[in-house]
Design a protein around this ligand. Structure first.
Ligand code: FPP
Ligand code: PPV
Ligand code: MG
Ligand code: MG
Length: 291
């Protein structure tokens, strides 16, 4: 897993073609957050899902980088004063604290658009079929866009201002966090030309994993270690956010993370996925994560 994360970092750090003459500050701002020490979970899921179906790591790499670009843009914008107004992320000052708000907005815009360029490179450089690339572009727009992550972020923001019930909270989790995780595993499936049954199994895995992941994120915001997390805890309490622990308490939230983790693993065990081992390990790893 470390090896994959390193390969992703290497490719990400050289992903803007030199001939484009990108303004120096813009590429620095994009690089700053791309290289700030993320866990590379989503790229790992793209690669692991592709390999679980016998696809190649090289073919998965441009799409793995694309999802990390979208994820990174979302964190830069999430931290802006107009949204969560956070000063630290991954132990470092947030993008707007270093480059200013205007440049942070534009660095996010640059990452989002460049992600689609990177998906196309899977086809141009790695021989992923044009049809698979088209499916991946379609799903990236859907899962990251208004019907996906952006919609979830809007619901999250509106939830801060009004009443949220458990159903609405599930909607927020499903979209703001779950959809990019579902995208990641489905994209890996497309790279390996998976069939409908395989894509469905990967989606069910990703759905349960994404939900578990956000509940764990909310637990860590309450009781995690700031030095491990690299950001201030208690931000949900301060912003009066309604979270799983708020509704059902920490112990029940933990139990829910465990239940969802086994649900995720179960989804891979009906024989549709030939090599599910790494995906199963990732699920267990996330269950135990402390940052
Ligand atoms: C449109 C918009 C602004 C959307 C923002 C959506 C948003 C902030 C969702 C939160 C997702 C989440 C739990 C991130 C932490 O990921 P992680 O623990 O994998 O982070 P890492 O990359 O630092 O490891
Ligand atoms: O800042 P994060 O990554 O913990 O996400 P959220 O804003 O969804 O709490
Ligand atoms: Mg937020
Ligand atoms: Mg935030």
């Amino acid at each position: 897993m470390k090896e994959i994360a390193e390969a992703v970092s290497t490719r990400l750090s050289s992903s803007l073609p030199a001939v484009w003459n990108v303004p120096e500050t813009l590429s620095q701002a994009m690089d700053y957050s791309l290289m700030a020490g993320g866990k590379r979970l989503r790229p790992l899921l793209v690669v692991a899902a592709a390999e679980a179906l016998g696809g190649s790591r090289d073919a998965a790499m441009p799409v793995a980088c694309a999802v990390e670009m979208v994820h990174t843009y979302s964190l830069i914008h999430d931290d802006l004063p107009a949204l969560d107004n956070d000063d630290f992320r991954r132990g470092k000052p947030t993008n707007h604290k270093v480059f200013g708000e205007a440049m942070a907005i534009l660095a996010g815009d640059g990452l989002l658009t460049h992600a689609f360029y990177s998906v196309v490179q899977a086809s141009r450089q790695q021989g992923v079929s044009a049809e698979s690339a088209l499916a991946i572009v379609e799903e990236l727009s859907r899962f990251a866009g208004p019907g996906g992550m952006v919609g979830g972020q809007v619901a999250d923001m509106q939830g801060e201002q009004g009443v949220t019930d458990l159903d609405q909270l599930r909607y927020i989790h499903e979209h703001k966090t779950g959809d990019l995780i579902v995208f990641s595993v489905r994209a890996g499936g497309h790279i390996a030309s998976g069939n409908a049954e395989q894509l469905e199994a990967l989606e069910r895995y990703g759905r349960a994993l994404g939900h578990a992941f956000q509940i764990q994120d909310d637990i860590l915001d309450l009781i995690g270690d700031e030095s491990k997390l690299g950001k201030k805890t208690q931000s949900d309490v301060i912003q009066q956010k309604v979270t799983y622990p708020y509704f059902i308490g920490i112990e029940a939230s933990r139990a829910e993370v465990e239940r969802l983790t086994s649900e995720a693993k179960q989804a891979l065990q009906n024989g549709a996925i030939p090599n599910p081992q790494r995906l199963l390990e990732i699920a267990d790893l996330l269950l135990r994560r402390d940052h």
